[in-house]
Design a protein around this ligand. Sequence first.
Ligand code: PAF
Length: 292
Amino acid sequence: MTSTLVRAESRAALQDALAPHRAAGARIGFVPTMGALHAGHRSLMHAAREQIGADGVLVVSIFVNPTQFAPGEDLDKYPRTLDADLEACAAEGVDVVFVPGVAEVYPAGEGQVTVDPGPLATVLEGVSRPTHFRGVLTVVAKLFGLVSPDVAVFGEKDYQQLALIRRMTTDLCLGIDVVGAPTVREPDGLALSSRNRYLDPDQRAAAVVLSRALFAAQEDAARGAAAALGAARAALRGTPGVDLDYLEIAAPDLGPAPPEGPARMLIAARVGSTRLIDNVALHLGAPEGGDS
Ligand code: PAF
């Protein structure tokens, strides 16, 4: 493993940094981020390193992508903590950090070819953020083109994003192994998110109800989808300051929910002015191998 972190701010510098690794035939692992790195991101870097081994080259990008924010969303106030981010990358044994400016990623402006995310982007997050996934997939496609990784790791916390990136990689034959890494949580269950830092102490205390609702659903999932939804709604009831956007059960690939077997429960809610999302795996109906 290389111990010196190379910081590349341009496409050319990125290619210069990667050239010797490509020449040596090293596997390239990639973790795209928008910075404000926390233990969840560090777990993605760790997972990527496991995929590529000590001889692989681990690349992290830090880029707050404007095209995935709608007007009025938090693009301007999105936390930017580059010094701490670089320290986190160095501590995780990252080899190359790509920190491009907007013009480096969008040299021709924003109105060029974009990735149409298709119908999966119109449900769940897509209902209240209809342009979000076009921006995400477009920037991820660009970053994939620049880094040409063998494997890229994304968090299950953004489950719909992960599903769409998998879809894009398959449907556009990108030949990249997309790996999902489990959500990292605070000790009380709150999923780690760069946006948690927007929460004041009262909002932070209220926000834990999202994960509590999901865990309650997991406990009742053996009795079916309606029971799981009922348990989650009961857990959410009566928490002031939490404005539910959606609470849904879907198949693991986000198709229609199955009557029984593996499924996913996804939630989004506004806590104050902060929109939070979370999700967990469910097994609907009798547990596998259990009595029916
Ligand atoms: O998950 C994120 O941080 C972003 O959506 C991503 C994948 C880096 C694209 O900007």
